[in-house]
Design a protein around this ligand. Structure first.
Ligand code: URA
Length: 226
């Protein structure tokens, strides 16, 4: 972390916060998702037929980890491995994500929750369509409300644009502190992209360092107010 960035963090009581100009993508609260507990939410996702993806999926992929986690990592949508196993990030990209977690002292399931924007696999691993994202978003929003993470890390363009409610490149979004519903949010590259684009791994490492520093700042701010 640079001294300048530290100064910013101190002056702002946390850090520079870039806010979305428009409201995040929203969808109607179908079936009272916004009031569901974990069990209700898991059942609703498992039986969801709100978009066409339910016709081609093997199973939904709800999310995995500590339901009281400080750290929430959000990806795009399940791929073939995740569709088969019912858990996010279990393929090659998942191995890299596990290593990214390890590099900052984290481990899947231990104070970490991992979820996707879309809970059903788009066929052929295509990007989820806007309608599919909108149909699934109430589930992610409720997961975030229930977890109440201290920090959200969005992995790649789909998760970042969805949570921030605007179109932008990862290059323009990373390296800054954003917020989602008042929760600090940091953007980084999707692990699948990093597997293909080795030269951006160093930037992803910077993002992870920013995330770690931000979490430390948030925790020390919390303990100072106790
Ligand atoms: N890519 C994602 O965005 N999510 C997964 O769960 C797997 C791959």
């Amino acid at each position: 972390m640079t001294g300048r960035r530290e100064l910013f963090l101190q002056e702002m009581g946390l850090g520079p916060v870039w806010r979305a100009r428009s409201a995040p993508v929203d969808a109607s609260d179908m079936g009272g998702v916004g009031a569901m507990d974990w069990a209700g939410l898991k059942a609703a996702v498992a039986g969801c037929a709100a978009c066409e993806l339910h016709r081609t999926r093997t199973q939904t992929v709800f999310g995995v980890g500590d339901e009281n986690a400080d750290w929430l990592f959000i990806g795009e949508a399940p791929g073939a491995d995740e569709d088969a196993q019912g858990e996010p990030f279990v393929g090659q990209a998942g191995k890299l994500l596990d290593n990214m977690l390890k590099s900052i002292g984290l481990k899947r399931g231990e104070n970490v929750y991992i979820a996707n924007v879309v809970k059903s696999r788009p066929p052929g691993n295509r990007n989820p369509l806007p309608g599919e994202i909108a149909a699934c978003l109430p589930y992610l929003r409720r997961q975030i409300e229930l977890i109440q993470p201290k920090l959200i890390i969005t992995l790649g363009k789909v998760a970042s644009e969805t949570l921030l409610g605007r179109e932008a490149t990862i290059a323009s979004l990373r390296g800054k502190l954003h917020t989602y519903q008042g929760i600090p949010l940091i953007v980084t590259y999707h692990p699948a992209y990093l597997l293909r684009t080795l030269q951006d791994k160093a930037r992803a490492w910077e993002d992870l360092c920013l995330a770690k520093q931000t979490m430390q700042d948030l925790c020390s701010k919390d303990s100072a107010t106790l």
